[in-house]
Design a binder for this molecule. Structure first.
Ligand code: ZN
Length: 269
């Protein structure tokens, strides 16, 4: 069974705010406060430390960042600006958790029908690190059994659909599949088919006129779509077998336009 633990963590929220480019006023005030308190600390904490926070927190991960890291963090966490942002994140986390629980049974059934996998047989406990809803984030840390998540709910069941997207990255992480092809199948399964089934209607590749998904996967998704529609009607082929068949079918063809390795790495989630 897939169990999610929703984590509202002070280090995670602070770090996410400090490294962001958001001009949300409470974030700017918090940044200024940390800058005025200790410029060295600000410089360190405004880097991308997300994997380190997930792996045990700032004080453990940065023992020599500044002489008084623990004290500095605890005085930041006592400020009204941080408390306000933290409470907003707690409220957001509880709406997401409620949305997840409310849709759990239906989404397991739908995703089982879409992937032809027994979703309930998959045994995983995943920590969902929640950030402030003003800071969009979605990234999988399969090796840590963790997901970083926050996003305004742009349409009905937004968080459930994209949490399943991230969970599918975990589920498929150690399979012998082609990463871009599997990512495309995750988008077809979750962002599109699961969203439409859960919400009782909708179109592929857009919601309320807004295009969905990673731009670099759009062409690949469309290329696979006719086979994908047939696959959905065939109870005897599961998503892994379909991926293998598509890999064979398109062998020799470049499924994606070549891009720099850095862009690929940065966009991967
Ligand atoms: Zn993804």
């Amino acid at each position: 069974m897939i169990t999610l633990e929703f984590v509202v963590d002070k280090d995670f929220i602070l770090q996410h705010i400090l490294k962001s480019y958001s001009d949300h006023l409470p974030f700017l005030r918090l940044k200024r406060k940390v800058w005025e308190m200790n410029k060295q600390l600000y410089r360190v904490l405004s880097q991308n430390l997300e994997p380190l926070v997930i792996d045990g927190g700032l004080a453990r991960g940065l023992p020599r960042a500044t002489a008084d890291l623990k004290e500095s963090l605890s005085s930041i966490y006592k400020t009204n600006d941080f408390k306000k942002v933290f409470h907003e994140t707690e409220r957001y986390a509880s709406t997401i958790e409620e949305q997840w629980n409310r849709n759990y049974i239906d989404s397991v059934r739908h995703l089982g029908d879409i992937t032809k996998l027994d979703i309930l047989e998959i045994d995983r406990k995943i920590r969902i690190f929640i950030s402030h809803p003003c800071l969009p984030r979605g990234r999988s840390y399969a090796e840590e059994n963790a997901i970083a998540w926050s996003h305004p709910d742009e349409w009905k069941n937004y968080a459930v659909v994209y949490l399943w997207h991230e969970i599918m990255h975990h589920v498929t992480a150690n399979t012998r599949s082609a990463p871009h092809l599997m990512h495309s199948l995750i988008e077809l399964s979750c962002d599109n088919e699961l969203r439409i089934r859960l919400n009782g209607g909708g179109k592929y590749f857009e919601e309320d006129g807004i295009p969905l998904g990673h731009k670099y996967l759009v062409d690949l998704n469309k290329k696979i779509l006719p086979d994908w529609k047939k696959y959905l009607r065939d109870p005897n082929e599961n998503i892994y077998q379909f991926e293998k068949r598509m890999r064979r079918k398109w062998r020799g063809e470049k499924l994606l336009k070549p891009r720099s390795r850095l862009v690929e790495w940065a966009e991967w989630h």
